[in-house]
Design a protein around this ligand. Sequence first.
Ligand SMILES: Cc1cc2nc3c(=O)[nH]c(=O)nc-3n(C[C@H](O)[C@H](O)[C@H](O)COP(=O)(O)O)c2cc1C
Length: 398
Amino acid sequence: MSIEFFTRLPLHGETQFLPGDPRNRGDWHAGGASTGAVSGFAVGDHFTYIDYLGQIARAAEINGFGGALMVNAPSGEEPWTVCSLLARETRTLKFVTAFQPYHYTPWVAVQQAATYQRASGNRLVWNIINGGSDALQRQVGDLAEHDERYARATEFMDVVKGYWHSEHFHYDGRFYKAECGGLRGPQKKAELPLICTAGSSIAAREFAAKHADFYLMRAEHPDEIAALIADIRQRALTFGRSDIRFGLSIDVIARETEALALAEAKRFFDEGVARGAAKAKAAHEGLRTARKLSYEEDYRPEHDERAFDDFFIYPNVWSGFSHIGIPPGLALVGSYANVVARIREYNALGIDLFFLAGYPHLEEAYRLGEHVLPHFRGERQALSRPVQATAQLRATGA
Ligand SMILES: Cc1cc2nc3c(=O)[nH]c(=O)nc-3n(C[C@H](O)[C@H](O)[C@H](O)COP(=O)(O)O)c2cc1C
């Protein structure tokens, strides 16, 4: 089984979560005195958050990551803009850019992507998302209900694939229409971005089964992941697809020894508990419509008494980050050897794309590149669209 590693760029200034770290990397910081970089563009103040993201992107590339995941949320930087800014600062790194069909018309997405692909050497990967919270959707003006959003996304991707592979594409759907449009000239040579998606509702699974090259998951207990993979594979078969692949997002606290890794994780945990992070996180839970993951529980005050060790749901798989509100929620915590062993376990379940990140992202990109990724040399395989999917896409444009 092949394996590939991407990292995650912190588009929400996630280094704010670092316990006791007063540094200000750009202008995202938790408060207190600024250490200098505030994006004011005044003399002597030239370090902006995009410079910090650029440093991480370059560190990821130097250290052997194949790409970087960029989450899209109203409270963070906009990923497509970020990857456009960083494409020319990197040479090989792929950018997994999340957006919602609601944000674009199919044509705008197609034309923008074709231009980006031609400029970057086909380094764009799409993560098509549809919103995990009705309340947040309404904040940005999207009044469509949950399943309606997926119906719209399904048509959106039908049209995108049609425009991409035919110069005279027609479509007459519920949400979109097209009359004789499509990429022409040099833009036709660009590759359609690889398609990722996530979400565990039935509507999300069906959308993935029809349109995704990669189905992405937040890490859970290996048994849950195995069940999800089996279900998505089954659904994809009903669309004549046997080659859908799987990605897993998980943070990493890896150190020379188990004890050092545990001490580092405990530093986050103790600080999070001390500042009441579990209760603060619970206050936002009402906004969410997405499924509770298997290890998540509704907050109760007695949870504040739970010990650090209670959050191991499997050897080296720790949900303490979720408890103190740090996404994606689970982290691999352990010695380099044990972290490598757990990655191999998830790989054997069918995960061949891992999104690994640590705090702070820049320094941990070097650590992962030096101590974890080299164990997989020889097994790595650059991301590409499977042969069957390519044939089906050609048929779309016929
Ligand atoms: C790896 C990964 C990345 C994700 N990135 C985003 C994102 O950038 N923005 C977002 O709103 N949701 C993101 N999600 C959440 C899902 O796209 C989805 O909205 C959520 O799981 C709820 O979907 P559901 O209600 O259909 O189950 C991500 C999920 C995963 C597993």
